[in-house]
Design a protein. Structure first.
Length: 406
């Protein structure tokens, strides 16, 4: 191979430069002697350059270094692009696959249980906590169903050992919460199979859920709403306040057994006089109130205060959302007279300026609370129905008001 190269070079040296250039441009000769031409560029060209550059008094060694440096510099310019491609291409493919996996999640089918991970459990009281769940896989609950935009919704939780399920109302999202995170207010009931199972679970445990299920769709033309709430029945009221978002005047009357459920909550209406609660409990109000500093505010009360600020201007004479707290251990309870006053205040009186639109009185809470105020729910055709209006509300003039049991 070396001999061939030398012969080619010597023949090239004997030719005039212009003749060599003319021959190199011929397509067939270039194709036939491509290897020879490549060697010629390395062997002959430096000698020719040496003769010309000596005439210009340029040291050939220095020029060779300059030329080699140029080649090295050229290679240096090409190296980063190659490295970026070699490293960036696999990284890009990986990130694309990762992004694709995130966007390839599908919504659950009707009736399908899907796995979520318990990522947080914030205690509200000694018996109640806010559970935080995130998807455990690529199957998720459909939170963007347009038909549920104005619905009070719930999710069913499965107890796998007993193969039973119980519904819990979703809490509204708070600021900074991940869009795929679900939150629920769950009290540990003494004889509650599902609630006891959930409260025993550690963080990062998997839970099977299905939904969303509509409990009630808020009418487009609702103008006024009153929520009679007992205990964890505050969850539907919170969701309704979030969805109405100041559209309607709303009054929440929240009855709790203990102050620890609503720490830091104070009435927007006149103080309630001491009375027996619907649980028929006795109280030591002063002693219990002293346990909790005024500055302290529980998670649910904080959420209510946030919804109040969103509902309207703080300077309004009549805010869109007002909240009153009634604590059984403090000797306060919702009375029929107070419900009448709330109905009158939101019935289109000259004070509020509201004279049109639907008016709804919601009753939300444990079965005993609902039965006391509006009569028990009933089963018909394999599903739960509201049943006839009874209880305390049946003795009050509800002209123009609808009653909804949640």
């Amino acid at each position: 191979m070396h001999a061939v190269t030398f012969t080619c070079a010597r023949k090239a040296m004997s030719l005039p430069i212009r003749h060599l250039s003319h021959n190199l441009t011929k397509g067939r000769q270039v194709a036939r002697f491509s290897q020879c031409t490549a060697r010629l560029r390395n062997d002959v060209q430096p000698q020719h350059d040496k003769v010309e550059k000596q005439g210009r008094d340029v040291p050939p060694k220095q020029e060779e270094q300059t030329e080699n440096g140029g080649q090295s510099q050229s290679r240096g310019r090409k190296l980063p692009a190659f490295v970026l491609f070699a490293v960036g291409a696999p990284l890009g493919w990986y990130l694309n696959d990762l992004r694709g996996a995130q966007h390839n999640s599908r919504v659950s089918r009707p009736g399908e249980f899907v796995k979520y991970t318990l990522v947080g459990k914030d205690n509200v009281s000694s018996t109640c906590a806010i559970f935080k769940l995130k998807p455990a896989g690529n199957v998720v609950v459909d939170l963007d169903d347009p038909s549920l935009e104005r619905a009070i919704t719930s999710i069913e939780f499965k107890q796998p050992q007993l193969q039973i399920a119980r519904s819990y109302t979703c809490l509204p999202q708070e600021q900074g919460q991940d869009m795929d995170e679900l939150r629920f207010l769950i009290r540990k009931e003494q004889k509650g199979e599902v609630s006891s199972f959930l409260h025993r679970l550690p963080l990062n445990a998997e839970i099977e859920i299905r939904g969303l299920k509509s409990e009630y769709v808020l009418p487009e033309d609702v103008a006024s709403a009153i929520f009679l709430v007992g205990g964890t029945g505050i969850a539907p009221a919170l969701q309704a306040a979030d969805k109405l978002d100041g559209q309607a005047n709303m009054h929440i009357m929240w009855a709790s057994r203990r102050r620890e459920d609503c720490i830091g909550g104070y009435n927007d209406s006149l103080p309630t006089k001491r009375a027996w609660g619907w649980w028929q409990g006795s109280t030591e109000a002063e002693r219990n109130m002293a346990k909790f500093p005024i500055a302290e505010q529980g998670g649910l009360v904080s959420l209510l205060e946030s919804l109040k600020r969103r509902s309207g201007d703080d300077e309004e004479k009549h805010p869109k959302l007002i909240v009153d707290y009634y604590v059984d251990e403090e000797g306060t309870a919702v009375k029929a007279e107070e419900v009448k006053n709330a109905l009158h205040a939101l019935s289109g009186s000259p004070t509020t300026g509201e004279s049109s639109g639907r008016k709804i009185l919601f009753v939300s809470g444990p079965p005993g609370f609902i039965t006391y105020w509006a009569g028990s729910k009933q089963w018909a055709g394999g599903r739960e129905v509201p049943g006839p209006l009874r209880g305390v509300l049946s003795t009050i003039d509800l002209r123009g008001w609808e009653v909804v049991k949640l």
